[in-house]
Design a protein around this ligand. Structure first.
Ligand code: FCB
Length: 455
């Protein structure tokens, strides 16, 4: 057991974080819902991608996943039993619009309306992400996010969903991790739609940000008292050595990984240095786009998992950097470095450089290979220790004056982990994918005891 975690378990208390702190878990539609053909849902780019040989490491797909589409009442009961006061989930766009220009699908809207009512009945505040990567396939066929019409389609989708649910849902996240949408989807091809093209990736990135900015005022108009934000995947960037070339590599990498999003969202435009070395690969920016992207928001969602260590590398793509994995670092079973201090550092930096009114950790979690014991229990103390140490890092940030107002653990359930299929478990609850049985792991029990003790 991690010694630091043992000490923290004894000293950390829910009350330290403040009375209005949001204690949540996060999930996303494609990763948990299954029922891909039910109630008028049409295919998403991820359904298509899963069919591509070799795209998903275990050859699986998400046609059943956690069958949350049918089992949601018991999943909300589970969340309630943990003591969650907030729950972040996403809406599957292909459940709401079956074709460009079609009328909204009432069955799809009714599913989410019932889900929201189920949360409210259990004292759980709903937090909705509008886009967590499951773009309708019919939009990809007209160019996906490279086509400006997808931006319009997103704003119309945001309009319909917020009109329908905005009487009960106040917290709205436009996009989850635009970096992943753009770069995993269109640069390294690891995610749907599986393309590898620099200008495409950069145009997708830009259009996603524009769609965020244009949706913000629409959400505000439809939702009295709306709190609107975006969730970014952010990584503190560290140098492989003290050499000047590596330190310069950190600047380049950071400018693209983090500032490429934060700077324009907070009204500073794209950082100049990446624009210079992107040359003709830079995105096409239309008049008014940068103003749109800078629409004021109420909070920033920070998805934090691990820092990145980089070195200068002339062959390292347009950034001329390579990410390296130094030996001797603590890592999860996914190979991601465990560095809770970097979460404090990251949030303090954002508070200093961008001054968001509020920040929420909208995702943070760890992947360990769980083993079910003879008695059916799952002793995932690695995940529990990760959770405790990162909560303590949030508390340290608060003590430094950073306005962090909530924490959403990734994830409530083991689920379909994108191109890794079912090989990577992140849940506080174990899912037996043969029986769909959920079992709270030691980490989930700790979170429950922690939340209930301080209440
Ligand atoms: C994040 C994604 C989330 C999940 C975690 C492990 O990048 O937003 O859906 O896959 O990683």
């Amino acid at each position: 057991m991690n010694k630091q975690a043992t000490e923290l378990i004894a000293s950390l208390s829910r009350a330290d974080f403040g009375d209005d702190f949001r204690w949540g878990c996060s999930t996303s539609s494609f990763q948990i819902e299954g029922a891909v053909d039910a109630a008028g849902r049409v295919p998403s780019i991820w359904d298509t991608f899963c069919k591509k040989p070799g795209a998903i490491r275990d050859g699986s797909d998400a046609s059943v996943a956690c069958d949350h589409f049918h089992l949601w009442p018991q999943d909300l009961d589970l969340g309630q039993s943990i003591g969650l006061n907030a729950y972040r989930f996403s809406i599957a766009w292909p459940r709401i619009f079956s074709a460009r220009g079609a009328a909204p699908n009432e069955e799809g809207l009714a599913f989410y309306s019932d889900l929201v009512d189920g949360m409210l009945a259990r004292g759980i505040e709903p937090w909705i992400t509008l886009y967590h990567w499951d773009l309708p396939q019919y939009l990809q066929e007209q160019g996906g996010w490279t086509n400006r019409d997808t931006v319009s389609a997103f704003v119309e989708y945001a309009d319909v969903v917020t009109r329908r649910l905005g009487d009960r849902v106040k917290h709205w996240i436009t996009h989850n991790e635009p970096w992943c949408t753009a770069m995993h989807g269109n640069l390294d091809g690891m995610h749907a739609p599986g393309l590898r093209d620099v200008p495409t990736a950069l145009q997708v990135c830009h259009n996603v940000l524009v769609s965020h900015g244009l949706a913000v005022p629409v959400i505000r108009a439809n939702v009295p008292g709306a709190q609107v934000g975006i969730a970014l995947s952010l990584h503190p960037i560290k140098a492989a050595s003290d050499a000047a070339l590596d330190l310069a590599a950190v600047e380049r990498h950071d400018a693209f990984r983090n500032r490429w999003f934060l700077d324009p969202l907070y009204g500073h435009g794209y950082p100049q240095a990446p624009l210079d070395y992107l040359g003709t690969n830079a995105p096409n920016v239309e008049a008014g786009d940068m103003q749109a992207i800078a629409a004021p928001t109420d909070f920033l969602g920070v998805n934090y998992y691990f820092p990145e260590v980089v070195r200068d590398d002339p062959d390292g793509g347009f950034l001329r950097t390579s990410v390296i994995l130094p030996d001797g670092r603590e890592r999860t079973d996914f190979g991601w470095e465990v560095a809770p201090g970097c979460l404090t550092e990251l949030m303090a930096r954002i508070a200093r450089d961008y001054r968001p009114a509020a920040m929420y950790v909208t995702e943070n979690g760890s992947c360990y290979d769980d083993h079910v014991g003879a008695d059916g229990s799952i002793d995932d103390r690695g995940r529990r220790d990760y959770l405790v140490r990162h909560l303590a890092a949030v508390r340290t940030a608060q003590q430094q004056g950073v306005p962090v107002k909530g924490y959403f653990a990734w994830s409530l359930l083991d689920n379909f982990e994108w191109s890794e299929g079912y090989l990577r478990r992140f849940g506080l609850a174990y899912v037996d994918f043969d029986t769909q049985r959920r079992t709270l792991k030691l980490s989930g029990q700790w979170y429950r005891d922690f939340l209930l003790a301080g209440h």
